[in-house]
Design a protein around this ligand. Sequence first.
Ligand SMILES: *Cc1c(COP(=O)(O)O)cnc(C)c1O
Length: 423
Amino acid sequence: MNDVFETLESEVRAYPRSWPAEFAKSSGAIQTTTDGKEYLDFFSGAGALNYGHNNPVVIAPLIEYLQSGGVLHSLDMKTPAKRRFLETFERLILRPRGLDYKVMFPGPTGTNTVEAALKLARKVTGRHHILSFTNGFHGMTLGSLSVTGNSMKRRGAGVPLTNTSVIPYDEYLDSAMSDLVWLERALQDSGSGIDTPAAVIVETVQGEGGLRAARAEWLRRLEQLCHRYEILLIVDDVQAGCGRTGTFFSFEDAGIVPDIVCLSKSISGSGLPMALTLFKPEHDVWSPGEHNGTFRGNNPAFVTATAALEHYWADDEFQNELRDTIAALHSRLEEIAQSVEGSCVRGRGLLAGLLFEDAEHATRIAAEAYARGLLVETSGPSDEVVKIMPPLTISSAELERGLDILTEAVRQVVRSPELAADA
Ligand SMILES: *Cc1c(COP(=O)(O)O)cnc(C)c1O
């Protein structure tokens, strides 16, 4: 078959290799292929579609904006769409959480906000060194790659990735001793060989690196260490933010206040590209235009972002419903994990995973799920985790249906008698 995707599109394409379907339409948690087959989506655009596909809450105001002749592209100029977004973000997100952040619009992608964060941290502190964590993922441009763990992705850089060091993430060493003891010693010891870093960059849940979730007390200890040594704490909330873990920011339960926060993926609420870099006002040391980007002013994204914030974050209702969805998901995942030896549940909120001892199992389970009409991807350095990431707005019936398919796929691959009995 002369298929343009195979003949013309680069070998770099990845998802269509495991999901060869051509997706034509989508609504909520459902994607429909060109031939009319429906898939339940537990992937959510890798976290860019927290409110589901084509949610009318964001689509209606978007259509209205497009038809009104509103500005589409504006670099960093003032527009009413941007004004409304900033006012709404301050009113519904920052102020109720007592967060005093300045808002920067970098380019519209996750890696753009990470690059801005790293650059700012270096400028604020006058230091060059950045610490990141094992299995961290922060994006594909050189600065972001330099703090990303995955060796295949790092090799893709083609140049040495420098001015960074990697330290163990929470429970990486599986020891009773906190993994931060090493960092503490190294910072105290002028002979440790670790240059005092400008910043530490961390994901509270490692979306791409295997769904490890840092404990709240570990995050608090990390924050304390950063404060003691005047190191900036950057939380990359590109994937875990915007409600994914049950609260708007993934670090709210831990009670920490990062110096810099990176948001992208679901901030537009619609899948349109948009990113923010938030930082404490005292770190706002940029000169005008010192960092820029042609696509900082994606006004359709501002319109959908504002609509999503107003609809879902104006009161506690959405968060309360989310709590029930999270509980339902985790109880079913625990059931599956308990029926498979060496398996366990990872992650937090609707950024969850099932770890399998035999790494091949996860890939095969994802393939079996696809064959049964469910989109789930794998995560982790050996793709050893099945990643479960439904839209936050999923109905309980759809959630249960997807989990039934997942259970069936696990049973097929692992041949667990316990799961067979339940089925
Ligand atoms: C996806 C992701 C990025 C990169 O975002 P892009 O839009 O792909 O550049 C950065 N950090 C985290 C935690 C991510 O999940």
